[in-house]
Each structure stands twice: as C-alpha cells, then as structure tokens.
Design a protein around this ligand. Structure first.
Ligand SMILES: [Zn+2]
Length: 247
C-alpha cells in the first residue's frame, strides 16, 4: 500500500484548542526585506533556518532588527550570510536564522504550530519521535521565558524535499534582480508523486516553503502522544506527468 501524506496545519480560528500555549518570539537574526529597483516590489519571505548560527558573523548586529533595505544593501548582507547556509540553499529577503527567542504563555501540548510552517514539539514529544525512528528531525531548542518549570520546546527545522504538483502552483515570471515571483497556490495543494521524499517523514516542499507535509508514519507516532493543536489534511499525490484533474 502506498504511503499516505498529510498537510500539517494549524486548526482554524473557530476550532476549540486543547492547549492554551502561545508564543511571542522571533528567530534571532533575519535578512532585511528588499526594495527592488527592477520589479519595484517590496517584499520579505518567511523562510526560517533555526539551526543556522550567525553569532560569529561580523555583521550579525545588522540582522537583529527586521526592516526593508534597498537591493544593494540586501545583496551585500545576503552574500555575507550565504556561507552559513546548507549547501544548495540560497538566501531570500526576510530569511530568518537562529532559535526562536522571546516569551511563552500558557501550557503547550506535544505538538503545536504557530504558522503552518513553524512546528514546535515538547521535549517529551521529541524524545518519543526520536525513539520510534521518525526521520528528518532537526530540533532547535527555543529560548523562551515564561514556560512552566521543566517544559522545553523545540522548533523542528523542516527539510526541503518534494514538490507541490505543478498544477497546484501558478507562477509568474521571476525577477532577475531580487527573485520575486508572483505565486498562487491552490488552497488544498497536492503533491508531485514523482518527487516524494522517501528519506524523511516531515518536510516542506521546495516550491512551497510555507507548507508542512508529513507522512502516515509521523501522524501515527504523534497519535500516541495524545491531543495536540495541529490538524492533518490528507493530500492527494499525483504523478507529475498527469495533469490536474484533482482539485
Ligand atoms: Zn525584483
């Protein structure tokens, strides 16, 4: 039987929560957003790499305050950050680095997501996921004041793998200067069956970095931990070659 895949989501605003936890925290460093002289867009992405440590970068203090810069200054800072990134990954405006730092309020369940792309687990949940052999876990301990005694939260850095099916993603031309590209993604995107990752159980598609997908192994492992505040929508999987009859 083929592996099933699910989109991990935050529950909708009208869905009752199991847990009261909330965060007021940001990743320590971020590249500025960009004002582009070519396409005239001002933009900032939401991609975070919490495991990237910029504390030895001489320009680190210029990355503490989120802001927008002209493209030349953005490009200068991006070139300084580039050597710290995992191979094959290029920076983008607004990209965030380092652990979440800030304050937490309330009680957290085994798994929660502040956005669809920011997945947090408790230490107990992390140990369980590791013990049952869940693959692709890159936990980064969040630096949070205000958690109950003994509670530790880890953000899971999501491996970039797999693809949303091309028929679920409409893109315009890409700006040669800043990389801006108008992108519209179907509200319930499906996955490219020819690009499924088989080496990890949690991932973000390389063409949809604000989406988190997991497979049935991950969902089953979490179910053993009791209720958390995330939901799973089963995603269709369609071979790349077969065009979009699935909506
Ligand atoms: Zn541009």
């Amino acid at each position: 039987m083929p592996m099933r895949f699910y989109q991990l989501q935050r529950p909708g605003p009208s869905t009752p929560r199991h847990w009261s936890g909330s965060l007021s925290a940001e990743h320590i460093w971020s590249l500025p957003g960009v004002e582009c002289p070519t396409c005239h867009e001002t933009w900032s992405g939401q991609f975070a790499l919490p495991s990237v440590d910029l504390s030895s970068l001489p320009e680190r203090d210029l990355l503490l305050e989120p802001r927008v810069e002209p493209h030349t200054e953005y490009a200068r800072l991006a070139s300084r950050v580039q050597p710290f990134l995992p191979s094959g990954m290029t920076s983008e405006p607004g990209m965030q680095f380092g652990p979440l730092r800030g304050t937490a309020h309330g009680a957290f369940g085994p798994v929660s997501a502040r956005h669809g792309w920011e997945v947090l687990v408790t230490q107990d949940a992390l140990r369980h996921l590791q013990a049952v052999g869940i693959r692709g876990l890159v936990p980064v301990r969040a630096e949070l004041q205000g958690l109950d005694a003994g509670v530790v939260l880890y953000e899971l850095e999501l491996p970039s793998r797999g693809l949303l099916h091309r028929d679920a993603v409409l893109t315009g031309p890409q700006c040669p200067t800043c990389g801006w590209q108008e992108t519209r993604i179907s509200p319930e995107p499906w996955l490219d069956g020819d690009a499924l990752p088989h080496d990890v159980d949690i991932f973000r598609p390389t063409n949809g970095s604000t989406y988190t997908f997991v497979n049935a192994r991950f969902v089953e492992a979490l179910a053993a931990l009791g209720p958390g505040d995330v939901t799973f929508r089963e995603a269709n999987v369609v071979p790349e070659s077969r065009s979009g009859s699935v909506h």
